[in-house]
Design a protein around this ligand. Sequence first.
Ligand code: GLV
Length: 329
Amino acid sequence: MAEPNKPAILVARAVFPEVEERLRVHFVVETTPAGTVWSQEELVQRLQGKAGVLTTGGERIDAALLAACPQLRIAANLAVGHNNFDLAAMTAAGVLGTNAPDVLTETTADFGFALLMATARRVTESERYLRAGHWKQWSLDLFAGAEVHGTTLGILGMGRIGQAIARRGAHGFGMRVIYHNRSRLDEATEAGCRASYVSKAELLAQADHLVLVLPYTPEAHHSIGAAEIAQMKPTATLVNIARGGIVDDAALARALRERRIAAAGLDVFEGEPKVHPDLLAVPNVVLTPHIASATLPTRMAMAMLAADNLIAYLTQGRALTPLNPEVMA
Ligand code: GLV
């Protein structure tokens, strides 16, 4: 029911009841049933008359949607990545975008390391073998994997999460850490995570374990394809916890099948939740459904941050983590 003093918002994907409760203090809230993902057309329909929307990385806020939803003032993403936002179009339409950084950094780095370990030490491949009843005897080289401690950890994209992974590798596993990034970190930050800057070619050639943590942009599309994989060590592993589309999944599946690299761990996929069928067909890849930030406390913190951005902006004209702050001016 319309409440004259409360703006209306849409929560475009089911969130925790505590988050809805907080939003209801300030807004008339339309929620989305668990398991529902709106098509773009349905999203536009549900956004009619809404001043704000809480999105996940799965809802596209683009020029066509903005033109069809003139009352929209803010889209608050429950994700640190925001490649689902056309920020230039949002700014042109006077719509604020916010994301959910920081609260997920350490949790996501934990998962990056978990995926690295599972990939190097063949955790899921060996579990499938055991569950299928193939384990008849111990043998010396049964599921022998790659060493992790003391090896070279390569990181492509050295933002907050990349740095947190570097700290784990350097301080926890005695790894030599090298990284490549659009811009080099200052000396103190490099020293804090014991990481050395190298060119992308050096990163590819030297890493024993390469972890991708860069944001998705059109320039980052297929940053790792057949040509890049060809520069990696045949014993190397590759982990992607960044975004689908950064890796050319078909080229990677081919390289894994031909053992051009040892193994891969992927939490994100181009066109997810679809997964390239060639990846499903190779044994030396660990596949997880975009869960790098998925602990209950962290997902709660991300959802609350998105909610707080909606509340701060629609009630006071400011936001906690704005992506296009010029809109607030
Ligand atoms: C998850 O992928 C995020 O960007 O927060």
